[in-house]
Design a protein around this ligand. Structure first.
Ligand code: HEC
Length: 107
């Protein structure tokens, strides 16, 4: 009886941690995504108004391309989505941080 708990508990903890890891966004990145409203339209691994960050990651953009696409979106890259509104006011240094993080999401 007791033995069962010893087995079940660590399994639960590992499962929970693995799940938390896929959904977790580092706090500094999360702050930037909120500040610049990206969070409204982009989720980590679910399609929302915009493509999931993991889908964007699969495009393997350079930092320069990433920043350029936020300032001047190219809706033709994402058929089936509404066009993203240009966000020219977002500082490139913030976009570089977001871009570096997005790259870590490639499966
Ligand atoms: C109002 C909703 C909305 C907001 C806010 C938004 N996006 Fe998007 N984003 C979209 C949509 C829709 C697409 C797909 C269509 C397109 O690219 O025009 C997209 C596409 C993208 C792409 C892919 C570009 C490409 O051509 O492959 C990147 C990168 C991106 N967004 C980054 C960002 C970042 C960074 C922010 C915050 C600074 C942000 N987005 C804010 C809706 C949004």
């Amino acid at each position: 009886m007791i033995k069962k708990y010893f087995v079940a508990l660590p399994m639960f903890a590992i499962g929970y941690m693995a799940q938390a890891q896929t959904a977790a966004i580092p706090s500094d990145i999360s702050a930037l995504l909120t500040k610049h409203t990206c969070v409204t339209c982009h989720k980590v691994d679910k399609k929302a108004i915009g493509p999931a960050w993991s889908e964007v990651a699969s495009k393997k953009y350079s930092k320069k391309q990433f920043a350029a696409l936020v300032k001047t979106p190219v809706p033709a890259n994402w058929p089936g989505f509404m066009p993203m509104a240009p966000l020219p006011q977002v500082p490139v240094k913030d976009l570089n941080k977001i871009s570096d993080w997005v790259k870590t999401l490639v499966n």
